[in-house]
Design a binder for this molecule. Structure first.
Ligand code: NCD
Length: 325
């Protein structure tokens, strides 16, 4: 019989291959999500100090390219890069003035001349981040493409749920409202599945796409959920002339998340921007059940983790980075 000499290191899984881009939740395995959330937790602790800046990405360049309106996502990517000591270059372009296809390619090629390490892009057209990824050497992060994907939002939502409930496995999230036009919902449903949680979509039938998750048309269905995740009517993505709900007043009467429709202990989330009085009652938005501000704070830590993960060798270095600071 041969003697088996097992060196402890042999039992360790190989380090994950360096990930080029974060374009979709589909790019991630459960282990990636767990690593990113753990890294984000370390960075969140670093943000409780008086000196919040870490030297980790000094000398790196992060370009933020926003072709669509954004408050939370653009500010948190910019601050995340700055808190890691990277240089940032943030460009905004109004959707109407920007040609699609070639001109996006030209913009990407122009900015590539500065050798950015990461390009963060939000664009109304599905697949725009993939196009940029094809023409540049930078790591590309999708900050929202049309109604398709918004992977860093899904990660910050998982982070927030885990922080509030202490678990992800088995958690039930009711996603209420305009799911049809929501990249946030598409990404979140996928991410929840990845970590052993699940979603029910609740709202008017024309706004619930088929085949994504189980659906319910009655707002009473939110009672079964641990977390009620509220979406706004994304009118800018609706087909012109199409009528999805009779009126906003009618929508609010049937699907607005009010204190009366919640049960004690439920948590409420919203990616923002909120339309108070339409999809969410102001009394809910301002209550202790609402995790909306926690989501924004999580956005900073999670985006620091995503930039860090793309640009460095792995989680062991987080501790080292924090020690140097
Ligand atoms: C969302 C988006 O842009 O997809 N907002 C965000 O990133 N926080 C949701 C929305 O616009 O309704």
């Amino acid at each position: 019989m041969t003697d088996l000499h097992v060196v402890p290191g042999d039992l360790l899984p190989p380090p994950p291959p360096a990930r080029r881009h974060l374009l979709s939740v589909g790019d991630l395995a459960r282990g990636d999500v767990e690593r990113l959330l753990a890294t984000a937790r370390s960075f969140a602790l670093s943000q409780e100090r008086d000196t919040k800046k870490l030297p980790t990405l000094r000398g790196r360049l992060v370009v933020n390219l926003f072709f669509e309106a954004s408050t939370r996502t653009s500010s948190s990517f910019e601050l995340a890069a700055k808190r890691l000591s990277a240089d940032t270059l943030s460009l905004k372009a109004s959707g109407s003035s920007v040609e699609k296809g070639e001109s996006l390619k030209d913009t990407a090629l122009t900015l590539s001349a500065y050798d950015p390490d990461v390009i963060v892009i939000r664009h109304p057209q599905i697949g725009a981040p993939q196009l940029v990824a094809r023409v540049t050497d930078a790591h590309v992060v999708n900050a929202g493409d049309g109604k398709h994907q918004h992977p860093t939002q899904a990660l910050l939502d998982l982070y927030t749920i885990h922080a509030a409930l202490g678990r992800l496995d088995g958690v039930h999230v009711a996603i209420v409202g305009d799911v049809l036009h929501s990249r946030v919902a598409r990404s979140l449903v996928q991410a929840l599945r990845l970590v052993g949680a699940h979603a029910t979509l609740v709202g008017p039938p024309p706004l619930l796409p088929a085949g994504l998750a189980e659906t319910a048309f009655d707002i009473g269905a939110i009672a079964a959920a641990d977390v009620v995740y509220v979406l706004r009517m994304q009118r800018e993505r609706m087909e012109e002339g199409a009528s999805y709900v009779p009126s906003l007043r009618e929508y609010a009467a049937r699907w607005c998340v009010t204190p009366e429709r919640l049960r004690p202990g439920q948590k409420v989330m919203h990616p923002g921007p909120m339309n108070r009085g339409v999809e969410i009652d102001p009394r809910v938005a301002d209550s202790g059940a609402a995790l909306v501000v926690d989501q924004v704070r999580a956005g900073l830590a999670v985006r620091m983790a995503v930039l860090y993960d793309l640009l460095t060798a792995g989680p062991a270095l987080v501790e080292a980075a924090l020690e140097v600071a």
